[in-house]
Design a protein around this ligand. Sequence first.
Ligand code: 5MM
Length: 337
Amino acid sequence: MSELNKIALQILSNGKGILAADESTATMTKRLDSVKVISDENNRLLFRQTLFSSSSMSKCIGGVILYDETIRQKASNGKTIPELINSSGSLVGIKVDTGAKILAGSEEEKITEGLDGLRDRLNDYYKLGAKFTKWRGVYLISDKYPSKLSISSNAHALARYAALVQEAGMVPIIEPEVLMDGNHSAKDCLIKTSEVINKCFEELELNNVDLKGIILKPNMILPGKNSSEKISSEEIAELTLECLKNDVPSSVPGIAFLSGGQTEIEATANLNQINIKNDTNFIMTYSYGRALQQSALKFWSKDINNITGTQEIFDHRAKMCTLAAQGKWSENFENQK
Ligand code: 5MM
């Protein structure tokens, strides 16, 4: 087994998942503004170190994706943040893209940037303790989107990123996110997501990326946020599995879904159904940002010194997601805190 494959399996096995805590300062500021907490370096650190020292870290969280600011910070017990994360047996990941910017040649779509100077930045992150990385491509969805230009430019960038990351000895998370915004049907989401994922693997193979040493972080197949279509978790699971079975090469060890704006319960219930119906060899788990942190953030904002209370809320969510990653979750568990 290759070293990269071992790292990927260590992060994803036994129902463990990933905590996506890699909000850029702009996004974290939006999150903190929404609960009326000042977004300064100390408060961002305080919230994050509260989560990283929770008891669920060792049982549920195989890896944490950090933002550049956080990987360089020290927790109040004197440990560096990578040391704190490693002390629970969890691995450190780092977001290495520099954000999605307007794609020249398209009216509204975006291209993710960050390839210039990436080789040197990766070597720095490796020295800081990172074992895996993340790059997110974002795709609008409508009758005309994503355009062929957006599909091929983002796939090209994701593949060049992945090749550089493996060269630096880390596992790349490939995150092509077809957004939930819009009134499209789940069927449209399936068609467009398939096109996006297919192109990503075409480019990954062209760039000689070892598929056993990557993690795919896709969206689930859902109707758009403004669509009137209502479908069950069972149907979401079937469509999502259909997409991944057709479009992801079987050498990929695992898939860690993003939550994309689903509520905590939706993201948990849908992942649970995916695992109940999973007839593939892929590990299917979570790499959630909002669906792991929302309730904890809301609670913490009422009293930012209530560490234990905040950790209880986070531990519960992480435990529910880990049950879902094994197809063992039930709504009844939500009230047994
Ligand atoms: C945690 O949010 C991540 C970073 O967002 P920005 O670069 O815009 O600040 C984001 O990439 C996240 O990792 C994924 O979208 C998954 O998060 P959700 O909330 O969709 O599970």
